[in-house]
Design a binder for this molecule. Structure first.
Ligand code: HEC
Length: 183
């Protein structure tokens, strides 16, 4: 009888300490900059802003459904994903930028895709002087392959937005457009 209960106890200990059991201290992976999964379904996300005009590029911004629930004045919830698809602007045979009848640049090929995604305590792994809350950054080629970039540049340029805009450049513009139902 004693042998039997010892065997059961041993079994319980073995099962509970097996690596397949979820461990409360490590609930899920904590990606660092450049380690985010490519959000291949981003084009089905709600639009954040579209057709942002840059000197020689056009940018379409998306936000995943969790992020789109955010209210003005709030920080985005964990699980939020912001995606920026960067298109080269179309040039004519002479290499000059073309403009459409609306005076805007015309999209050519998709150049790259920038992502910022947030998770509980993800910011912990970020360099001390460029902590942007719990956002983590990643940059991809159009085909989803990772780009080799210095992510402190992303952080350095988003940092000045501060906590009030949750380090998101087009924070105010997004909520203004959403309020007016412009997309
Ligand atoms: C020189 C400054 C600068 C750097 C460097 C930079 N960004 Fe941004 N980022 C911006 C600006 C400005 C916007 C707003 C859209 C626009 O005007 O192009 C933006 C927008 C974004 C957005 C959409 C959400 C938002 O903030 O409006 C994402 C996602 C993003 N950037 C990711 C990245 C990633 C990833 C990197 C690094 C690979 C990076 N950014 C580097 C300035 C920068």
């Amino acid at each position: 009888m004693q042998k039997m209960s010892l065997a059961i106890l041993t079994l319980v200990i073995l099962v509970c300490s097996s690596p397949t059991m979820p461990n409360a201290a490590q609930s899920g992976p904590m990606p660092k900059d450049g380690e985010l999964a490519f959000p291949s379904e981003y084009q089905s996300f709600p639009v954040f802003l579209s057709g942002v005009q840059k000197p020689d590029a056009i940018r379409d911004l998306y936000i995943n459904p969790i992020g789109a629930q955010n209210q003005p004045g709030q920080a985005f919830a964990n699980g939020s994903i912001l995606v920026m698809a960067i298109y080269n602007a179309k040039k004519n045979a002479e290499g000059a930028l073309e403009k459409g009848t609306d005076g805007k640049l015309v999209k050519a090929d998709l150049a790259k895709i920038f992502v910022m995604q947030k998770g509980a305590e993800w910011g912990k792994g970020a360099p001390e002087n460029v902590k942007n809350g719990d956002w983590v950054y990643a940059a991809f080629k159009a085909n989803g392959e990772r780009l080799n970039v210095d992510y402190t540049t992303c952080r350095g340029c988003h940092l000045p937005l501060g906590e009030s805009k949750d380090f998101v450049h087009r924070y105010d513009e997004y909520f203004e457009k959403r309020m007016h139902g412009e997309h």
